[in-house]
Each structure stands twice: as C-alpha cells, then as structure tokens.
Ligand binder design. Structure first.
Ligand code: HGY
Ligand code: MN
Ligand code: MN
Length: 400
C-alpha cells in the first residue's frame, strides 16, 4: 500500500462541496437533483481509483475492490440535512476513496438517506444488510413534503433497479470516519475520538386535532387551539423526561407545522416531529412509556385530540473492540495522547453495519461543535490526520 494522498483527499472534499453548495455548506436532500449529481460524481471518483462502481435501486453508491481480499468496507453518506454541513457524511465516503486510491483492499459505500429525509431511517444501509422490505419502501414518505419514496426514486431515475446486498464473509469489518458534531474533542484540546457506542434515534410524529376558528370572535373558554395543546404537551415532556431519561439522553422537537398557519386563525391542526436518543434500549423504552402517558394525559385534559405515531426506531450499537483497538493504536502512533474513547450522540450507518460485521468509527473535531448547519467545519489538518489514522488502522485490521 502507498501513503494516503491527503492532498487528493482534501481536493475531493472541496470538489464535492461545490455540488449543491449553500453558503459555506451544502444543500443535498436525498434524491434531489443535486444529490443525484453528487452520486454520479462519486461513481466517477470510485472508478478513477480502480473500484467497480454502481448506484443501486435505493441510491447506494458502491465501489467494489476487484482484487483479492480480505477486504474492509469503508463509507458513510453524501446526502445532507437541508442547508447543512459539507463534511457530515462526505468525510467518511471520501476517506474510503482515499484508502482505495492508496491501494488498500477496501470497498467503499455511500449509503442512501442516512439523514432520514424519508420515513424509516437508514434506508440505504438497512437495504444493503437486507432489513428494508419493498412494503416499507411502498409506505415511506418524505418527512417534509409527504412525497412517496417510490415517486422520489422514480424521479431520480432509480425505479426498477435492483437493490444490492452485502456479500457474506467478504468484509473483515466496517470503518466510518466522521466529524464529531459536538464540542468534546475541541473542548478537551484533542484531535481524534475512537467511538465506543452509537445512540439510537426514536422518531415520532405527534398530531393534534383541534378546531380551526376565528382568532377574535372565538372566546378563550370555547376555542380548541391545536397549537397551544401541542406546546403544552411538549412542555410536559420537557418537565417529565429529566426524571426518566439517561445521563446522555437527548430529546428534540425539530418541526412544528400549524394548519392553516395564519395569524388570525386558531390552528385546527398541529403536526410535530419529535425524537429522543440514547445508547440504552431500556432508557429509550422508559422515554416511550413516558411519552405515551403524557399523550393520554393530554387527551384527558385538553379539548383537542392527540395521536402519536413512531416513524423510526433505530437500534443502538456497541463498536467492535478489536476494530476500536486498531483505531486506538493508530491514533496513538500518529497523534500520541491527542485522542480519547467516546460515545456518539449522533446516529450513523455504522450502527446498522454493526448488525452484520465488526464496525468502528473515528471522529475528528467539529469547529465550535457546529453541525447540521451550513457553518459546520473542521480544520484541514484534522481532516488529513483522520484519514491517515483510518488508513493505519485499516492496515492493522488487515494484518498488513
Ligand atoms: O441525526 C443524526 O444523528 C445523524 O447526523 N443523521
Ligand atoms: Mn452523518
Ligand atoms: Mn447528519
């Protein structure tokens, strides 16, 4: 194997940043024209470094190493949240390209829709491990505009394409390089994080039905304000959860849509996208019990009716000790004392791949901890160190 060409690696990242550019970040929602342009660009990049590349029926972009094994699988995602960061996902995919370019026996994959633009979550990585049914694809809709996934796949030119699966026994393990998306590394003056475990995200749609009516003529005593009922329920969750959640649990309301959404009309409907996260399933289950109890309480107390529907139920993952040890050894060799073992508060495709093979992740610092925002950034020297440590860890796992 040759040395990792970090200059070419950084060039790749900066070139990919221009596809769907938004201010200093990117806007590449899954299956959007700019996302599909990025996928076709990636096929060219994978081919140029000697892999046999293709895009499958769910949008996974896979580069297969043609030479003898044993092989590793290296990847992440290249779609992004809306108007978000240029490194979230792209870093891990282009790190795979850099390892392939250096001659390592790696397959590289950009898994589709890690960012969950469509209901279900981890569509690409669950598809490749055989955990995404056609029936689920038929049911899934875009979380923002409700577009059926089937229509989005057709518009992206992917309709009717076969979805690929992993070749059993082909890979010794899966590595993912990713930005931390938090402040721990930067706050501790460290440059690398070896991930110990990855949280699960349990995503919910909460719908409150009230009565649309006049904001002036309808007295406060008689109105059925779906917006206020939603806000009261979310406030009750925020009051109750600290007593039932875990130390690192998080809960977030990312979207509230009031219908019809006019200042002089009492909203008849509120649709809330709410999620919570933890590394422990019992803690997640406690939060689900708490949420459902608060919904029942709201239906007893309010004049509006509330329903709650789960739209994603990921599984947390523990990273593979041997793969972690390879990362730790490589980090200590290339950045002595400048690394730590840490959990991931973000979800990643690695937690899905971990159900089929040993998996581990390496973090590099996020400047200011910023992510899922166009200002997301990491120093070039930290990006370069990350891919070099990943390459060294890969050699250790491959016994080179
Ligand atoms: O939300 C997450 O944790 C991931 O970045 N999609
Ligand atoms: Mn990501
Ligand atoms: Mn993300």
């Amino acid at each position: 194997m040759g040395a990792i060409d970090t200059a070419a690696f950084l060039r790749d990242l900066y070139e990919l940043r221009e596809i769907g550019r938004f201010r200093s970040g990117v806007h590449r929602p899954t299956y959007s024209p700019q996302d599909m342009q990025a996928r076709r660009w990636l096929v060219e990049r994978l081919t140029a470094c000697g892999l046999v590349a293709s895009i499958d029926g769910i949008g996974n972009v896979y580069g297969r190493h043609p030479g003898p094994g044993p092989h590793l699988l290296v990847g992440s995602h290249i779609e992004t949240q809306n108007e978000a960061g240029w490194l979230d996902g792209a870093l891990g995919v282009m790190a795979g390209v850099a390892l392939a370019r250096a001659g390592l026996p790696v397959d590289v994959c950009a898994f589709a829709d890690e960012e969950g633009h469509f209901e279900g979550g981890f569509l690409g990585s669950r598809s490749i491990i055989g955990e995404l049914s056609d029936e689920e694809i038929d049911r899934s809709r875009n979380r923002t505009d409700g577009m059926p996934l089937r229509d989005a796949l057709r518009a992206a030119g992917l309709e009717g394409r076969a979805r690929m699966g992993l070749e059993p026994g082909r890979h010794k393990g899966y590595f993912e390089l990713h930005i931390e998306q938090g402040t721990q590394l930067e706050g501790s003056g460290l440059r690398l994080g070896v991930v110990s475990g990855i949280v699960a995200i349990w995503q919910w749609r909460i719908v409150v039905e009230g009565q649309q009516d006049h904001a002036g003529g309808t007295t406060m005593a008689e109105r059925r304000d779906a917006g206020l009922a939603a806000v009261r329920l979310l406030a009750a969750v925020d009051a109750e959860f600290p007593g039932i959640a875990g130390e690192r649990s998080t809960w977030t309301t990312g979207r509230i849509v009031l219908t019809p959404g006019a200042p002089s009309i009492i909203p008849g409907r509120a649709e809330v996208l709410f999620q919570f996260r933890d590394v422990s399933v019992p803690v997640l289950e406690r939060m689900e019990v708490g949420l459902r109890a608060l919904v029942r309480e709201s239906n007893r107390r309010e004049r509006c009716s509330v329903t709650v529907e789960q739209i994603a139920r990921a599984i947390p993952a523990v990273c593979d000790p041997a793969m972690m040890a390879a990362l730790e050894g490589a980090a200590e060799e290339l950045a002595p004392g400048a690394w730590q073992v840490m959990p991931s508060g973000a979800g990643h495709d690695a937690q899905v791949l971990a159900r089929r093979m040993p998996a581990a992740m390496l973090f590099v610092p996020s400047i200011g901890g910023v992510s899922h925002h166009w200002a997301e950034d990491t120093k070039d020297e930290d990006l370069a160190l990350g891919v070099e440590v990943l390459g060294e860890a890969a050699l250790r796992v491959l016994g080179r």
